[in-house]
Write a protein that binds this ligand. Structure first.
Ligand SMILES: [Zn+2]
Length: 195
C-alpha cells in the first residue's frame, strides 16, 4: 500500500514537471510587447504587423503599438496564427475600449448656401459627419453632403434630404477629404474622429 502511494506520488511529480517544461517553452515563443514597441503598417490597410511578417512590403511605416490601437488598427491574422502576438492583443484591447467612446471634432462649417469645404485630414479609420439642417427663408430645400477624397474621388453621399433633419454618417478610412455641400437652407456640419 505504501509503495503504491509512493509510485503514484512520483508519477504526479513527473507529470507536473512536464507541464512546467511545456509552459516555459510556450513563454519562450511569445514576445511580450509593450505599448511603446514599434509595429508596422502598410498604406491603405487597417492591420498592423510584426517587423518580420511576410505580409509586409517595402512601403511599411513604423509606429508605436499604442498609436496603432488608438487609430483603430487590428493585428494581422498571420501574426496571430504564428502565436507570436497573443499577448499584444490582451494589452492592446484596454486603450481601444477606453478611448473608442469619444468623438473629437476636427472641422466644422455653418452656412446657407452651396459650397466646397477646405480639405481636412482624418487620422482614424472610423470617423463621422454630424450634421443638422432646417428650412430657411426659401422653405424646404434640398440638402446634400457629398464626401470626396482630396484627389477628387467620390467616397459617398453622407446626406440627401429635404427640409429639417439631423443625423450622423459614419465614414471609414484614414486620409484627406473635402465635402461638397449642396443646399439653399441653413445647416451646421461637424467632422469628428473616434479616438
Ligand atoms: Zn503580419
Amino acid at each position: 500500500m505504501k509503495i503504491k502511494i509512493m509510485v503514484y506520488g512520483l508519477v504526479l511529480i513527473f507529470l507536473n514537471s512536464l507541464v512546467l517544461a511545456q509552459l516555459k517553452e510556450n513563454k519562450k515563443n511569445q514576445r511580450l510587447l509593450s505599448e511603446r514597441d514599434t509595429i508596422y503598417i502598410m498604406p491603405n490597410e487597417t492591420i498592423y504587423h510584426l517587423e518580420n511578417c511576410k505580409n509586409l512590403g517595402t512601403k511599411r511605416t513604423g509606429m508605436p503599438l499604442e498609436d496603432a490601437v488608438r487609430k483603430g488598427y487590428i493585428p494581422c491574422p498571420s501574426c496571430i496564427l504564428k502565436n507570436i502576438i497573443r499577448i499584444w492583443i490582451s494589452t492592446a484591447k484596454k486603450p481601444e475600449i477606453k478611448l473608442s467612446k469619444k468623438w473629437h471634432e476636427i472641422a466644422s462649417w455653418e452656412g446657407t448656401a452651396t459650397k466646397s469645404t477646405e480639405t481636412f485630414n482624418v487620422s482614424t479609420t472610423e470617423w463621422r459627419i454630424s450634421w443638422e439642417t432646417r428650412p430657411g427663408q426659401l422653405g424646404d430645400m434640398n440638402f446634400q453632403i457629398y464626401v470626396y477624397k482630396a484627389n477628387g474621388d467620390l467616397v459617398t453621399v453622407a446626406a440627401n434630404i429635404i427640409g429639417y433633419n439631423k443625423d450622423n454618417s459614419i465614414i471609414r478610412g484614414i486620409g484627406s477629404y473635402y465635402l461638397m455641400i449642396n443646399t439653399a437652407q441653413p445647416y451646421s456640419i461637424s467632422i469628428q474622429e473616434k479616438r
